[in-house]
Design a protein around this ligand. Structure first.
Ligand SMILES: [Zn+2]
Length: 272
């Protein structure tokens, strides 16, 4: 299940984070962040290189693979725009030569009942990639068939985070040696109007609520590891309490950034 979240560096007021797509709840991502931070602390005595590495990537998962791209072997952002020829390559059964490749493609075409007219063209395109794999271990070492995201464009900040979708957030505070835990998807009484303009010019209006995140825990990294199950329960309780509190106090100071957002969102579905 995709439980979205983020991991970042900073203080509760100023932070920069990277996205995590799966299993972002405390018992999974929280534990992972805690242990990774502890490893860096034991090794360096601080979190500077942790911060540098994380912010050099576009995604939390790259921390585990050292940001190594499986297509080119470079330590850069998350690869995207992968050419289909690379994606479907079976690395465990690489043909040793070009004629091997042609034989394999012919056998495949026969098996799936396709005609073999494009086999030589396919072989020419695929052989370049297979040669790369033989020589360098990577199918696309010069990044001809894929691109990387720019780490700076992957930044999630307090100003850009979409709390409607982000369920959990973890911010490491290098100065305090602390881990701030956030629970997202918290409903607020601040509402806005969504105006849909349909392709035929008809309009629909909906009232939507704004969502926010709330800081539920600040954990000292010098203390023993928390019980992540109880932390999860506490975080839910805290988020529910904030929802109840805000329902009666829409003018609360913490909701000011949401109040400052535009009261209407226009989604124009007409062409052009
Ligand atoms: Zn790459």
């Amino acid at each position: 299940m995709s439980t979205r979240g983020f991991v970042g560096i900073g203080t509760p007021d100023h932070w920069e984070a990277r996205y995590n797509h799966w299993d972002s709840y405390p018992t999974a991502l929280g534990t992972d962040v805690w242990h990774t931070a502890q490893q860096f602390l034991q090794q360096d005595g601080h979190l500077q290189s942790f911060a540098q590495r994380l912010l050099g990537f576009t995604n939390w998962r790259q921390m585990a693979t050292d940001g190594l791209c499986e297509y080119c072997g470079q330590r850069t952002g998350q690869p995207h725009s992968i050419n289909g020829r690379i994606a479907f390559l079976d690395r465990d059964h690489l043909p040793a030569s070009r004629s091997d490749l042609v034989r394999q493609l012919r056998a495949q075409a026969k098996k799936f009942g396709r005609n073999g007219t494009s086999i030589l063209t396919d072989a020419a395109a695929q052989w370049a990639i297979i040669e790369n794999l033989h020589h360098t271990g990577y199918p696309d070492p010069t990044a001809l068939y894929h691109q990387h995201d720019d780490p700076t464009s992957a930044a999630i900040t307090p100003g850009t985070v979409d709390w409607l979708f982000m369920e959990w957030g973890y911010i490491l505070d290098p100065d305090r040696l602390a881990l701030h835990v956030y629970k997202g998807c918290v409903a607020t009484p601040i509402s806005y109007e969504q105006l849909f303009i349909r392709p035929d010019g008809q309009t629909d209006r909906y009232t939507q609520h704004r969502y926010t995140g709330t800081l539920t825990h600040t954990l000292a990294l010098t203390e023993p590891e928390p019980d992540w199950d109880s932390l999860t329960r506490e975080a839910h309780t805290h988020a529910e309490a904030m929802e109840a509190l805000w329902a009666g106090h829409p003018d609360d100071e913490q909701l000011r950034p949401l109040q400052a957002l535009p009261p209407i969102q226009i989604i124009d579905q007409r062409a052009g």
